[in-house]
Design a protein around this ligand. Structure first.
Ligand SMILES: Nc1ncnc2c1ncn2[C@@H]1O[C@H](COP(=O)(O)OP(=O)(O)OP(=O)(O)O)[C@@H](O)[C@H]1O
Ligand SMILES: [Mg+2]
Length: 379
């Protein structure tokens, strides 16, 4: 049968499952199949443990079916704050010794027993003083085990279990073909997690996951409005990022102008403008979460730049469903004082006839990780 060797890139997120099948076409790629499914059918976030596991399995099945995915092999990924990523330098040594040395190194960094984690490493390059730069990644075995169980239960054979942040980076590389001198921050803002990855000299030099993303906004809105999560989620989609303080709202609508004035008054008086509407409360909740999020991104960039490699971040690329929030790139750009743009995960790719172009438009931002995963083994 056709496609028996094909691979599906399976991104099992906090909110949605994305299933991607690519194929090589000439010197580029074609998006052959894509399926997206919600994990939480009622839009709430109550499920945990085995109940959540079952919801994920059902959503993966639905995504595979919706995308008419024929692949039997999966490349998937895990993510989250419990994944430990370290960049270390070791003296050059034979590979077997290096593996041992890395185990010792890892023991220093992980807050649990080395036997509880899966350990992986990538040699990033050699330094001038006869050392090697190594990327060390540790993920807890039980987390990876739960993840593999989902993949196997739906009848797929897991080929690779990657990490979201590096899959997103992989997508960026394929779509943008950056020069070795490019230094960019990749920020993938999903529902539960934001992946921050800094790319320089043709490789990753900083990676961190933080638990501030779309769900944190929805939860904050739900609290402000005293509404269930699903209601707050709906409300969130009509909100936007704050007006950037130093962006002149020349072509903004009047309502934006008013909220801008309100923001100025709030800053001057330190108190709320006399608008206690639910919408104003929700907008404020979003602003608080975004302020925390941008603080983490800023700190990450500063940490990277202070390491002394001499590189400075030139640009920020955004992805993930939360990147769809109106005005987010503009606001982040003003906050970070850097150019910020949405990453187009399909830049330079062709779209197969089996893909519905109109639905693709509304899910594109969600696809970076899935595309990066399916690129790992395509062909
Ligand atoms: N127009 C929009 N405005 C704001 N947020 C949006 C919009 N559209 C989608 N989102 C948010 O995108 C998030 C889902 O994005 P994504 O699919 O990237 O997350 P995920 O991969 O499931 O989760 P994670 O990677 O965090 O585990 C949800 O929080 C959803 O509310
Ligand atoms: Mg995600």
């Amino acid at each position: 049968m056709f496609g028996s060797k094909a691979v599906v890139g399976l991104d099992i997120g906090t909110d949605k499952v994305k299933a991607i099948q690519l194929r090589k076409k000439g010197g580029s790629y074609e998006l052959e199949r894509v399926g997206v499914a919600d994990i939480h059918p009622d839009g709430e976030r109550r499920a945990t443990g085995s109940e959540l596991q079952q919801l994920k399995i059902a959503a993966v099945r639905q995504a595979l079916e919706q995308g008419r995915i024929t692949a039997k092999y999966a490349v998937s990924a895990v993510s989250g704050e419990s994944i430990i990523v370290r960049y270390i330098q070791l003296p050059q040594m034979p590979e077997a010794e290096l593996k041992n040395a890395l185990r010792w190194e890892a023991e220093e960094y992980i807050p649990f027993s080395i036997d509880e984690v899966n350990l992986d490493s990538v040699i990033l390059g050699k330094t001038n003083d006869n050392k090697v730069d190594v990327l060390l990644v540790c993920a807890k075995k039980d987390m990876v085990g739960d993840h593999m169980e989902i993949v196997r239960t739906v009848g797929l054979t897991p080929l690779v279990v990657d990490v979201d942040s590096f899959a997103f980076l992989n997508c960026y590389e394929a779509a943008y073909k950056p020069a070795a001198s490019d230094c960019v921050a990749l920020v993938n803002i999903g529902a539960g997690i934001t992946n921050i990855n800094i790319y320089v000299g043709g490789t990753s030099r900083f990676a961190r996951d933080i638990s501030i993303a779309g769900d944190a906004m929805t939860t904050a809105i739900a609290q402000k409005m005293q509404q269930p999560f699903a209601k707050a989620e709906q409300a969130k989609h009509s909100l936007s990022a704050p007006i950037a303080d130093d962006v002149e709202g020349t072509d903004e609508e009047e309502s934006s102008l008013i909220s801008s004035i309100r923001g100025t008054v709030e800053r001057m008086t330190g108190s709320d403008f006399a608008d206690d509407s639910a919408e104003a409360g929700a907008q404020k909740a979003v602003r608080n979460v975004l302020t925390n999020l941008v603080g983490e991104v800023r700190r990450s960039i500063q940490f990277f730049e202070n390491q002394g490699g001499g590189a400075t971040v030139q640009r920020v690329y955004l992805g993930g469903g939360t990147a769809r929030m109106a005005r987010l790139p503009e606001w982040l750009s003003a906050e970070l004082e850097l150019p910020v743009e949405l990453l187009d995960p399909l830049r330079g790719f062709s779209i197969g006839s089996g893909v519905d172009q109109s639905t693709l438009g509304s899910v594109k931002e969600h696809l970076g990780v899935g595309i990066g995963l399916s690129l790992r083994k395509v062909g």
